[in-house]
Every structure is written in structure tokens, then in C-alpha cells.
Write a protein that binds this ligand. Sequence first.
Ligand code: DX5
Ligand code: ZN
Length: 211
Amino acid sequence: MEISVSYLSSKYSKEATIRLIEATDADYIHVDLMDGGFVPHKNFTIDEVLALLGEHKKPLDIHLMVFDPIIYIEELAKLKPKYITFHVEATKDIVKTIEEIRKYGIHVGLSIKPNTDLYELMPYLSLVDLVLLMSVEPGAGGQEFIFDSVARLQELVKVREENHLSFKIEMDGGINKDTIKLVKELDIAVSGSFICKGENYQEKINELRNI
Ligand code: DX5
Ligand code: ZN
């Protein structure tokens, strides 16, 4: 399982947190962007994100918690991220948004909130590289893991197998050294406060890997 580290909640500045993540063996930097509409809080301008991550070394895993994700893609493509993931609940133009991300050679992720029926994903599963299952309500770090997410993961693994599909499955929210044991089938686990609220990021990542 790969580990993607979210710097949303940390005791240090965003810049310092990113430097600390870069010094570990984490597989990705998970970039949470919120527009103050799809989720209550806004946490970025495009210029800030480009400045903050312009020099990044690890692959970026961008998680858009925004309405109309399509309008952000051209600018975010300048960061050459590995993945751009948007929410199935955020737009009616899902296929168009997938195509827009692909246009830049970026891998496409589709995310789903904990209370949205997994059925909503079905028409798009053959078109995406990644499905991001939210295991908390999107919008803030440091929330408790929602245990129904375990059954949702199992269901999605089954759908993937039955349909001979190859998208990766990622989960985001409340992942720590205990909850990660419940979701071992994941391809990528996002973890934020469990890692970034600690002192020694590598030690925390080792605890996640050591399951
Ligand atoms: C929540 C964000 C997450 C968050 C995860 O809306 O998408 O990426 O930072 O943080 P933890 O691991 O603290 O739940
Ligand atoms: Zn996220």
C-alpha cells in the first residue's frame, strides 16, 4: 500500500510541513484544495498553490473539494501532478472534466463522499485511474474514521474484480495506525493529522506501513 500525506492540519506552516514530508519515504504529497462552496472553508488561491508546490519533488496527489473542478485544471497542470481527483457530487460535467485532466497527461481520480451511493460512480469506473473513497465528510482534517467505509471498500474491490477494471482505490480521512488495519486492500492511504501532528513524520509513516 502506498502512503499519501496530507499537510492540511499540522503544527507547522504549510511550507515547513511540505519540507518535512519531502524528507520521508512517503509516496505522494496529498494536496487538499477547498473552495468554500463544495465544503464550508476556502483554503487556497491558485497563485498560492503554484508558489507553495512549485519546487516539489514527490509526486502530487491533488484532491479537489470544489464545485466546477474543470476551471482549475489548466493552472494546476503547471505543477505536473500525478493525479487530479475531483468529486462525483461536484459537477454535472464528469466526462468533460475527466477529458480535460487527461488532455494534460495527468491521471484522473474520482472521489465520493461517505453518504453518496457508490452506484453514482458506476458509469465512470472504466474511465478513471483512481477512486478516492472519503472516510470522513470532506472539509477538515482530524475527524474520526467512519467505519462504514470498510464495507464500501470491500464493495468497490468486488465491483473492480467482477468488471476486470484496473483503477486504484484510495481512502482519505481518519486514517491512523489502528484504522489502516481495517482497510488493507487499499492501493493508497491518505493520512494527515496522524502524521503531521506528530514530531517525527517518518516514524508515523513506518507505523502505517508496518501493518
Ligand atoms: C479532508 C481532507 C483530508 C484530510 C485528512 O477533507 O480531504 O485529506 O486532510 O486528514 P486526517 O488524516 O487528519 O483525517
Ligand atoms: Zn483529501
